[in-house]
Design a protein around this ligand. Structure first.
Ligand code: FES
Length: 129
């Protein structure tokens, strides 16, 4: 199986790995195909001009090299984005930013956008409660 250089970079030196205490939102998803787990924490702050902005984001992932690399990349893509922009990040955006994933590993990228979107939903549900 051939991994891109970007995947190997993010797998061996993941960005934004860890936990955010008092996170604004937390999303956790599991991959039914392999049982791997990904958890994403976001810290959202109000920006006068932009609105709700993801000021910090971290992940904890129990999974394969592609799951770690996609976690790292989705946190890079979402950092500094508004909630609306972050909701538009798709698994294909993550895979493209990693210069592709081997075809049998594409399912691993499902976790990344789902965990991000779950964390945003969690944040939004707290606003309305
Ligand atoms: Fe489980 Fe990749 S094999 S996420």
């Amino acid at each position: 199986m051939q991994y891109s250089k970007k995947v190997l970079d993010h797998f061996t030196r993941p960005h934004n790995q860890g936990v955010i205490k008092n996170a604004s939102g937390v999303g956790m998803v599991g991959n039914p195909v392999c049982g791997d787990l990904m958890k994403i924490y976001i810290k959202v702050k109000q920006d006068k001009e932009k609105g709700d902005v993801i000021k910090d984001i971290k992940f904890e992932t129990l999974g394969c090299a592609s799951a770690i690399a996609t976690s790292s990349m989705v946190t890079d893509l979402a950092m500094g984005k508004t909630i609306e922009q972050a909701l538009k990040i798709t698994r294909n955006d993550v895979a493209d930013a990693l210069e592709g994933l081997p075809p049998i590993k594409m399912h691993c990228s499902n976790l990344a956008d789902e965990a991000l979107h779950e964390a945003i939903k969690d944040y939004q549900s707290k606003l309305t409660n």
